[in-house]
Design a protein around this ligand. Structure first.
Ligand code: NAD
Ligand code: TYD
Length: 355
């Protein structure tokens, strides 16, 4: 069914991949991308599709109630896919305030706009969807065994995960209290094209390419369940179209790796594609164990049975396939990486917006 979808945070990593997927596979959907263009938002991520007639970019803040109210009315938004957030755990440790503002207040503001536009106008829940994109980090940290299910009690442990948990609760409250037609997805760690090089995989790729140190926190034994970003985006489309209202769906890759395994695989792939370092050494020699992250969660692992059973979604990419595509993308798009590292990606739009 044709939709008019408000994608928040569409210039970030997952949002940009999601907009691209919609443009390819849902050509009758109108897409409005609302993004504040923080350091993590990059217009270059969607530059080649920006002229598409079903796509419109709006620069703005999800905390701006008046802007949201106007946008819902003007565009007749019937679907929200809410990615916009501060997303990096390390930044949440050194500067949590922006996480509270965007992730909690911003989500609240967006819920209010949807409620006003849909419920106050008597729209039936069949016609509208509010999908909140969240993380498995809301469940806390696992020991050696066990998996997060949708029934695992929330136990967030970083300012980032606490802010996301808080927004999940608000979204659920709008379903129970007002009947807002919401859905929540809790996904594991993503990787793939357009990820900002503060996150593990693009950071290591960029350092490894340049022969710089590869800083692994603690003993490198922390485990994450890695998912290729396109698989995540396809799962979100599935939940928007077929998910049961008021439900949460866990999304994961059935792919647990510790950080050292991930970095070693990346080193080997780079050695294969670029040859050894000028010193004749393998890139694994660049691995440096550094001071651990404060409160570093030890293990995340998703039980993705519910979305498989109910909606027939499973990941298409193995870790090796996804990583090959990712390494190739970053090596083929070094200009993108350079512009992010030297900050010129922001100069690109600064002129347009008078920043
Ligand atoms: P990202 O940091 O790459 O992008 C976030 C985007 O949101 C940026 O474009 C930024 O400009 C925009 N934004 C930030 N504050 C805003 C505001 N106040 N108003 C409007 N736009 C704003 O993040 P990502 O990795 O693409 O993650 C997207 C969503 O998915 C987040 O909600 C995150 O919690 C969730 N998530 C991420 C992962 C992951 O591995 N990256 C895993 C599970 C869930
Ligand atoms: P990250 O990509 O920041 O995602 P998250 O913290 O949301 O899981 O980090 C993934 C894992 O990699 C996490 O256990 C922290 C670790 N890590 C390092 O060891 N070194 C680094 O430089 C970074 C950025 C992360």
């Amino acid at each position: 069914m044709a939709k008019t979808v408000l994608v928040t945070g569409g210039c970030g990593f997952i949002g940009a991949n999601f907009v691209r997927l919609l443009l390819e596979t849902r050509q009758d959907w109108q897409i409005v991308n609302l993004d504040k263009l923080t350091y993590a938002g990059n217009l270059l991520n969607l530059e080649d599709v920006s002229k598409n007639l079903t796509y419109r970019f709006v620069r703005g803040d999800i905390c701006d109630q008046a802007l949201l109210d106007d946008l819902f009315q003007e565009e007749q938004i019937d679907t929200v896919v809410h990615f916009a957030a501060e997303s990096h755990v390390d930044r949440s440790i050194t500067g949590p305030a922006e996480f509270i503002r965007t992730n909690i207040t911003g989500t609240f503001t967006l819920l209010e706009a949807a409620k006003k536009s849909w419920l106050d106008n008597g729209l039936h829940s069949d016609q509208c969807r509010f999908l909140h994109v969240s993380t498995d980090e809301v469940y806390g940290s696992l020991g050696e065994t066990g998996y997060f299910t949708e029934h695992t009690p929330y136990d967030p442990r970083s300012p980032y995960s606490a802010s996301k948990a808080s927004s999940d609760h608000l979204v659920r409250a709008y379903f129970h209290t007002y009947g807002l037609p919401i859905l929540i997805t809790n996904c594991s760690n993503n990787y793939g094209p357009y990820q900002f090089p503060e996150k593990l995989i693009p950071l290591m790729l960029n350092n490894g390419r340049q022969g710089k140190d590869l800083p692994v926190y603690g003993d490198g034994g922390n485990v994450r369940d890695w998912l290729y970003v396109q698989d995540h985006c396809e799962a979100i489309v599935r939940v928007v179209e077929q998910g049961r209202l008021g439900e949460s769906y866990n999304i994961g890759g059935h792919n647990e790796k510790n950080n050292l395994q991930v970095v070693e695989l990346l080193c080997d792939m780079l050695d294969e594609q670029l040859g050894l370092l000028p010193s004749g050494k393998e890139r694994r020699s660049l691995i440096t164990f550094v001071k651990d992250r404060l409160g570093h969660d030890r293990r995340y692992a998703i039980d993705a049975e519910k979305i498989d059973q109910e909606l027939g979604w499973t990941p298409k990419y193995t870790f090796e396939q996804g990583m090959k595509k990712t390494v190739t993308w970053y090596l083929d798009n070094q200009a993108w990486m350079e512009s992010v590292i030297d900050g010129s990606y922001q100069k690109y739009y600064a002129k347009m917006y008078g920043d």
